[in-house]
Write a new protein. Structure first.
Length: 331
């Protein structure tokens, strides 16, 4: 070290010692004046304890993890689950609609960034004019209750572009389920099966080719981040779109599942009458052994505009979807 730099270091060190000494003397002999000076320096600064900081930063995540732990305990105890509607929670939705719509957008974008939704962000920034359905449900898990809301949104300005359904916890504002229909979804489904596009898959299957035996690409999917788990273990089988994920927390487990779904309601709005236009994908989270628990809420009676809301049919296997594409060639 040069003499010049050494002198600067010594001077800075000495100055620090002097300032510390002055502050100590001031705090000892003039405590009130020193306290006022400290208060003035800290005006506008928020001081939080470590516990308060954790709760402030991650209250939603902690609340949702509490939900998962409760459901995991219910499964261990073989608790009976049941669903009902609730006018009180309907009122909560209507009086806080903008807040819930924003929460749906936030969740959809979070799922998208973690590889669970195949859309561009502009299609999942929802607004009131794209809302086509809203209703509440109550899940009874023994003596405990979990209120959820079901929202459906157009992916663009019209339902022919597709629509997405979100099932959300009304208290933690976190989603348990999302399903989507539309051209973008079917393009993604074809790519997950190893084809260049939906049209490529359609032409090749209808020309008599065998289904490609490709494993769905899960490299961008992070189920654990979506539900606050420590890690996930994803199972994907070649030639299918179904996925199963085991989600591990510190002391318990939950599960996630992806499957092919069908919506006759969506098909009824389309000019294209091919038999495969009403297929889409659903991703859902639930307790281990029952990942489709929150999807069951869709089977309560609902109203979709002036007619009955067509419930989703969850397919047991991707082959049903693929066989309909092949059959479409002959219709």
């Amino acid at each position: 070290m040069s003499d010049k730099k050494q002198r600067k270091t010594i001077i800075a060190y000495a100055a620090g010692i002097l300032i510390l000494a002055v502050c100590t003397v001031a705090a000892w002999f003039f405590p009130e004046a020193y306290g006022r000076w400290q208060d003035q320096r800290q005006i506008g600064q928020v001081q939080l304890s470590d516990r308060e900081m954790i709760e402030f930063l991650d209250s939603n995540s902690l609340g949702q993890i509490g939900r998962w732990k409760m459901l995991a305990d219910c499964m261990v105890m073989s608790t009976v689950f049941s669903w009902s509607n609730s006018e009180a929670w309907e009122f909560t939705i209507q009086t806080n609609l903008d807040e819930f719509i924003q929460a749906c957008s936030d969740e959809a974008i979070r799922w998208h960034k973690n590889g669970l939704l195949p859309f561009s962000e502009d299609k999942i920034k929802f607004s009131a004019d794209r809302l086509c359905f809203a209703e509440s449900r109550i899940l009874y898990a023994g003596e405990k209750i979990i209120p959820v809301a079901i929202f459906s949104f157009y992916l663009d300005n019209d339902i022919e572009d597709g629509y997405i359904t979100v099932i959300m916890d009304m208290e933690t504002k976190r989603a348990y389920y999302m399903s989507a229909f539309g051209n973008d979804v079917q393009e993604y489904m074809a790519e997950q099966l190893g084809y260049d596009s939906f049209q490529d898959m359609k032409v090749r299957l209808q020309s008599g080719e065998q289904v490609l035996f490709s494993r769905p690409d899960t490299s961008r999917m992070d189920f654990a981040s979506v539900c606050g788990a420590e890690r996930d273990y994803v199972t994907a089988n070649p030639g299918t779109l179904e996925l199963e994920a085991e989600l591990q927390y510190d002391s318990f487990q939950t599960a996630a599942y992806r499957c092919v779904v069908q919506s006759e309601y969506f098909r009824s709005f389309l000019e294209d009458e091919d038999t495969y236009t009403n297929y889409g994908l659903a991703v859902m989270f639930g307790p281990t052994g029952y990942p489709a628990l929150f999807a069951d809420s869709l089977y309560n009676t609902g109203v979709f505009y002036n007619g009955s809301w067509e419930m989703h049919e969850f397919l047991a296997d991707t082959s049903i979807f693929l066989n309909d594409i092949i059959a479409g060639y002959n219709t």
